[in-house]
Design a protein around this ligand. Sequence first.
Ligand code: NAI
Ligand code: GGE
Length: 289
Amino acid sequence: MDIAGTTAFITGGASGIGFGIAQQLLANGARLVLADIRQDHLDEAKAFFEERQQGRNVHTIRLDVSDRDQMREAAKECEAVMGGPDILVNNAGIDPSGPFDQATYADWDYGIGVNLMGPINGIMEFAPGMRRRGRGGHIVNTASLAGLTPMPSFMAIYAVAKAGVITLSESIRDSMAEDNIGVTVLMPGPIKSRIHESGQNRPERFRGNSGFAETEQQLAKRVVSDTWMEPTEVGDMIVDAIRNNTLYVSTHGNWKETVEERFKALIASMPEAKPFDFGATLAVPQEES
Ligand code: NAI
Ligand code: GGE
C-alpha cells in the first residue's frame, strides 16, 4: 500500500521502537496518532515533531492498551481528529521478567494484559472501523525474537505473550486480506529504547503483590548498549513491510541457530502422517435446518 496521505495509530508511539516507526511513517507522508501510557513520553514526542514544524500532523492520546474502554475511546478520538487510521501499530509493551518461582498472578496479568491483550484489544477496537471505511490498510504487531527462540524461565511471561502476538498476526491474515488490510509481525532483537523503565509503566491495577519488584529495580539501572539497533532503522524496515505487505520482519540474525534447532526438534517429534477424516473427528455438529 501507499503510505502518503494515510493516518497511523501507534501504541507505545512516544518512545523507542514505536517512536522510530512514527518518525519514518511521518517522513513518508503519514499523519500520526501517538498513544502512550506515559504523558512525559507523549509531551517529549510532541515537542520533537513541533520543533520540526510537524506538530499539526501529530496528535497524542494517553492510553493504557490493557484497558479496553480506553482503547475504544482512542479509536473514536483518532477517527474524529485525524481520520482513520489506515495503519494500526500495536507496539506498546513492557519487560515483565523475573524469577519464575516468584511470579504472582499480578505479574502474569500485567505481562499478558499489556503485551498480548494489548494487541488483541487494538485489533478488536480498530479493525471494524478499518474494514467499514473500505480503504484497506495495514496492521503491524510488535512481538519479539523472544517469541520464537527458546527462552529461559526468567522470561517465561514475556515469551508466552510474544509467541501469542506472532500466532495472532499469522492467524488473522486471511480475514484481514478480505478487506485489503495487510498484516506484519515485527520480531526485533535488541533495540535502543527505554524498556528498562518498564517498572514505571506498570498500570495501577497490576501493582501490589508483584514478585518481581526487585527485578524491576535492577532493570531500571540497566544502560542502553551502543551495539543495539537504532529505532529509526526498525522504522525503515516497517515502512518497507507495509508497502510490500511482508508478514515477518526480523531485525537480527543472531537467533537463527536456536530457532532452527527448535523447529528441527519439533519436526523430528512428528510421526509418519496417516490419512484421517478431518470432518468426522473435529467438525462442529451441524444444526438441523
Ligand atoms: P520503550 O519503553 O522505549 O517504548 C514503549 C512505549 O510504550 C513507552 O513509551 C511506554 O510508555 C509505552 N507503554 C508501556 N506500557 C503501555 C501501556 N500499557 N499502554 C500504552 N503504552 C504503554 O520500549 P521499546 O523497547 O521501544 O518497546 C516497544 C515494543 O518493542 C514492546 O512491545 C517490546 O516488547 C518490543 N521489543 C523491544 C525490544 C528492544 O530491544 N527494545 C526487542 C524486541 C521487542
Ligand atoms: C532491550 O531490552 C529487552 C528487554 O528488556 C526484554 C526483551 C527484549 C529486549 C527483546 O524482546 C529480546 C531481545 O532481543 O528478548 C530477548 C532477551 C534475552 C535473550 C533473547 C531475547 O530475544 C531473542
